[in-house]
Design a binder for this molecule. Sequence first.
Ligand SMILES: *Cc1c(COP(=O)(O)O)cnc(C)c1O
Length: 423
Amino acid sequence: MHQPPIPHVAGSDPDIAELIQSEARRQFEKVRLIASENYASVAVLEASGSVLTNKYSEGYPGRRYYEGQQCIDPIERLAIERAEQLFGVDHANVQPYSGSPANLAIYLAFMRPGDTVMGMSLPMGGHLTHGWSVSVTGTWFNPVRYGVRADTGRVDLDEVRDLARRKRPKVIFCGGTAIPRTIDFPAFASIAREVGAILVADIAHIAGLIAGGAHPSPVGYAEVITTTTHKTLRGPRGAMIMSTAEHAAAVDRAVFPGLQGGPHDQTTAAIAVALREAAQPSFSTYAHQVVANAKALADGLLARGYSLVSGGTDNHLMLVDLTEQGIGGKLAAKALDRGGIELNYNTVPFDPRKPFDPSGLRIGTPAITTRGLTEEHMGQIAGWIDEAIRAATTQRDDVLDRIAAEVRDLLTGFPMPGWGGPG
Ligand SMILES: *Cc1c(COP(=O)(O)O)cnc(C)c1O
């Protein structure tokens, strides 16, 4: 049963209720390795599903354009205070609808169309909103892109410095979606300072690791920090922008009225709940376990002859390069999904294949760590991944179905927030 229960959806809209139940069961039965996903707590789910969705509250606490903010103002103030305290920042804006709008607000706050932005190239591990060509950020602005070194698979800071000196970007983004190594915030800060750029750390993927002390913090290095709240931070779908006091007004103006209308108050409450959870000692244990699990899983894959971009991981994710296995990422990902192991195909740096069927797989441990899996299970998961990829190349669906059954069997012992079992 879905947690919290959904009897009213079932009564009024059985089609949707059944699909929600099926999705909950699917999330229960699969080893979920998509690096950007997690399981939010039932408390987060309850706050997200509350009557706060009925309210309009354009503006900021104490400065609203609608009446009736007696409860919403303290909710948003709590979310802001908790974000400021957890990350140790001067200012937090908790209203961005998601990570992409949060990043758009950065352009609005600090740039004019045609200005130069520097970010990591998407196929090297960056995000669309860091100036990639199909994104508005790469067409209305002038993008300059850095990547990783071919020999190390790591960000080439000499290239970043050189590019920054020549192109003089207004804003430099660091962070991305497929970076398996620690981000060197002090090095980026020194480059940004040298060229007079604003450094924005987009910590969407690693916010939970930073909150839990399992990745260095950008605070004190990046003047502005954007993050989603639903990845390692384990909150609702949403985002935040944090900054020094100097940039607070520009950030707030850009989010509202620059880009958005009314904030999603139900999400604000759920962010507050998630931030309180992330401040508990148990969350720090969680964050360190995410990293320990990723290391153990990476070791298991390396031991089975798989090649990992940069040779391993420092954080919650790894990128497998399947070139030597002679199978495309898409076929492998589809086979793994049938085998009960959910992940995504991904480009690897300098990928010779096309983006919709690239050479790599991205694998992350935030969700399975929330389920309670530890290092002792990672060898088995690496073994299943290896077996499923072999089965894909020999078209052995029977093997994939057997793996899916074994996965289901293992996961029965690990409860999932959001699903109370069948019935
Ligand atoms: C996920 C992500 C985003 C975008 O978040 P959405 O909520 O999907 O819009 C932005 N930047 C980075 C680095 C991300 O990983």
